[in-house]
Design a protein around this ligand. Structure first.
Ligand SMILES: Cc1cc2nc3c(=O)[nH]c(=O)nc-3n(C[C@H](O)[C@H](O)[C@H](O)COP(=O)(O)OP(=O)(O)OC[C@H]3O[C@@H](n4cnc5c(N)ncnc54)[C@H](O)[C@@H]3O)c2cc1C
Length: 390
């Protein structure tokens, strides 16, 4: 973590995590928005940390932000996912909106007003294939208008703005896309799907018919293909993985507390769960290495446009997502076997039901099969980087 901002950020995130933890079970049980945690993020001014200091932010690095996602994720995965998704949207503005007057002014507003950003890429008839759109934005004069069957918009009803993808004009090919910022006063949302799910219930990811109208200057100046390749895909896989890592960290902490309590009850005897805890510890380290290496790779690639758009980088980011989303399930399952019924039951200090249910979203959040399909195409021509010093 960046030493100048890191310690201060971690302390602020720890205060947010304490609030998130206090409400996590209620948020999960009721499938309600984690209002208290998001209010705490605003109070700690965490929603603008990525924005440059010149626009009222703190210029936090992706590694700084990943650490905060993990810290909040250890308390409440839904709160951490809201934070991560907001930061992923902010990264599109920071990376691709710095040269546009409207987007610069909007970043200043995010800093001043601690605005919460949501994302609408998923579309009815397209699913998670985010590099395709059916809907198209219509530009008339200096105005733009968009209607989208957005089947999943996390915290859509609670956001201050939505960054939404579409075709760039009504005659454009499905892959010729743009991303546009619409602020809350510029759109209506008609709910079409209710988010009553196994896990990540507090993300309140209902489906909506989105209808928006705004000045055309709010369309991000770069094609969405560039935004996706250069910042959004990598940032998504990194920050999601950081949230998932946080869930696994907390599951292992609960399992370790269980084993230590058992050891105290029977001095001189190693509790039966101890061996499995050692296995979970090894898996957790592997998961951490996966995330840390991904962060290192992204920081290096950001300084080198060729590397950022290379197949090797795309394979590395895809593998990061596959590896983290699968490993967390194994780790939490180990924790469950260690804690037994006390882990299976709700309302004990060792409960793991919420962790396991939240963790199951990871493989679906852009389907792993879709990502593996993409990687398998790249591997037809790309030779994987296997150097240990690269
Ligand atoms: C907690 C959570 C929050 C989310 N928040 C948002 C949000 O804020 N905004 C947003 O836009 N979206 C959001 N999503 C949506 C998410 O990112 C995916 O786009 C969505 O979950 C994919 O939906 P799907 O599984 O129905 O669709 P699809 O991607 O169509 O996949 C359906 C199934 O078909 C199979 N499949 C489809 N295509 C292929 C392929 N090419 N190769 C192999 N198999 C394939 C897979 O088995 C897959 O499971 C969220 C999802 C979750 C879980």
């Amino acid at each position: 973590m960046n030493m100048s901002t890191g310690a201060g950020l971690a302390e602020r995130a720890a205060r947010v995590a304490a609030v998130a933890e206090a409400h996590a079970d209620d948020v999960d049980a009721k499938g309600r928005f984690p209002k208290e945690a998001v209010d705490a993020m605003r109070a700690e001014r965490l929603l603008s940390i990525q924005i440059s200091p010149g626009l009222g932010g703190e210029g936090a690095s992706i590694s700084d932000i990943a650490e905060l996602c993990s810290l909040i994720g250890q308390a409440c995965a839904a709160s951490a996912m809201v934070f991560a998704m907001h930061q992923i949207k902010a990264s599109s503005l920071v990376s691709h909106g710095e040269d546009a007057d409207w987007h610069r002014a909007f970043m200043r507003r995010i800093s001043d007003e601690q605005l919460l950003l949501a994302s609408a890429t998923t579309e009815g008839g397209i699913g998670g294939n985010l590099r395709n759109s059916i809907c198209a934005i219509a530009v008339e004069g200096d105005r733009c208008r968009l209607e989208k069957d957005a089947t999943v918009i996390s915290y859509g009803a609670y956001a201050d703005a939505i960054l939404i993808t579409s075709r760039s004009h009504p005659d454009a090919a499905s892959t010729d896309q743009v991303m546009t910022v619409f602020t809350r006063d510029q759109y209506t949302l008609e709910r079409t799907h209710v988010w009553d799910t196994l896990g990540m219930r507090g993300t309140c990811s209902d489906g909506y018919l989105f209808k928006g109208e705004a000045p055309a200057t709010q369309i991000l100046p770069k094609p969405f293909a560039e935004i996706a390749a250069q910042s959004m895909l990598a940032t998504s896989h990194l920050l999601w993985s950081a949230v998932w890592y946080g869930i696994a960290v907390n599951a292992v902490a609960r399992a370790q507390a269980f084993v230590r309590a058992a050891a105290r009850r029977s001095p001189g005897q190693t509790p039966p769960g101890a061996l499995r805890l050692a296995e979970a510890s090894s898996l957790l380290q592997m998961l951490k290495s996966n995330v840390v290496e991904g962060l290192r790779e992204f920081e290096a690639a950001k300084a080198d446009p060729d590397r950022l758009s290379s197949m090797g980088f795309a394979v590395a980011m895809n593998n990061l997502k596959i590896g983290s989303s699968e490993t967390i399930l194994t780790i939490i399952n180990h924790a469950m076997l260690i804690c037994g019924i006390m882990g299976y039951k709700n309302g004990t200090p060792f409960s793991l039901g919420r962790h396991l249910r939240d963790a199951h979203s990871a493989q679906l959040m852009i389907s792993n099969d879709r990502i593996l399909g993409n990687t398998s195409n790249l591997l037809l021509v790309h030779k994987q980087d296997t150097s240990l010093v690269g």
